[in-house]
Design a protein around this ligand. Structure first.
Ligand SMILES: [Zn+2]
Length: 306
């Protein structure tokens, strides 16, 4: 039984680490929330000790695990903290919302009230759903400025792949909202890209693996160009290559290609490295990326913000 608890506790460590990291970084970036005890809720979920034998600091959690009659133990974990912890989580969210209302909404009342008439965003943003990547935080988009969709590994499937939530959102943003810019944002340490790079043709048809096959060309190009590099280095390259593949995939939609050709719409790549806090931005050079050269992408206006 003890090893089962340790095994499940190790799983728990892995599961909560991204949450802990994300919340830590969120806290650091939200100085105006410093009077709200944001630290309090993630800390209650932390586990101490070595990675090989972590111990849950919250004694009630341990007691609940030990008391579990279910041989799978931690399957009951969502219930051990639930009521008090959930109240604290939502209490924090409530404080953040009220802070937003006081310091943003009411101070910019005219702007927020004008949004009821219509939205006229200049940007459509396609970003990874990763909790560590928040375009509104890192690029400061105000409500109404960016029509946004997030998916695993910020991929855009080509037209031939058929309907998806991503291309439905693209259609609305381009045809109805008439956005002038599409920005695809990738990032460092992308779990979706790691899944893509590890993927083998073994018939696994999980939703995640099925989705990330939209980046298969990027994976193949990365492996053929850089198979002498380490797995992590290949992933870094693929994180950027997949953005470029998605930029080219945008052009497979006639209503996007037409607007890009006429100079009514610009498509951009962005790469957020959250380890060094840098942001790389580039723009697809449509004239250079002609139909015959779809396999190669030419970019312009490349910038590194650091
Ligand atoms: Zn990602």
């Amino acid at each position: 039984m003890a090893w089962l608890i340790r095994f499940k506790a190790r799983s728990l460590v892995s599961a909560i680490r991204p949450l802990r990291d994300a919340l830590d970084s969120f806290h650091c970036s939200q100085s105006h929330f410093s009077d709200c005890s944001v630290r309090s809720f993630p800390r209650k979920w932390l586990v101490s000790g070595s990675s090989s034998s972590p111990e849950i600091t919250r004694s009630s959690s341990v007691s609940a695990l030990k008391a579990s009659s279910n041989p799978l133990g931690l399957e009951e974990f969502p219930h051990v903290n639930d009521h008090e912890e959930k109240l604290n989580l939502f209490d924090e969210l409530k404080q953040r919302f009220l802070s937003f209302k006081k310091h943003k909404y009411l101070e910019e009342l005219e702007h927020f009230q004008s949004l009821k008439e219509a939205q006229t965003p200049k940007f459509m943003v396609i970003a990874c759903a990763d909790s560590r990547v928040c375009p509104s935080t890192i690029l400061g988009f105000r409500p109404g400025e960016a029509f946004m969709i997030r998916n695993v590994a910020n991929l855009v499937p080509p037209l031939e792949k058929g309907p998806s939530e991503t291309n439905a959102a693209l259609e609305f943003a381009v045809k109805t909202l008439e956005v002038e810019n599409i920005l695809i944002i990738g990032h460092s340490c992308c779990g979706g890209i790691q899944t893509l790079m590890r993927m083998r043709d073994n018939g696994d048809s999980s939703f995640i693996k099925t989705w990330v096959t939209n980046g298969k060309i990027a994976k193949n190009r990365t492996e053929s160009a850089a198979n002498h590099l380490s797995f992590d280095q290949q992933c870094r390259l693929c994180e950027k290559e997949s953005i470029n593949r998605s930029l080219l995939n945008l052009l497979t939609y006639p209503w996007i290609e037409e607007r890009v050709k006429k100079g009514l719409l610009f498509v951009h790549g962005g790469y957020y490295d959250f380890l060094n806090c840098t942001f790389e931005k580039w723009t697809l050079d449509f004239k250079g990326s002609s139909d015959e050269e779809r396999g190669r992408i030419l970019v312009k206006d490349q910038q590194l913000w650091c």
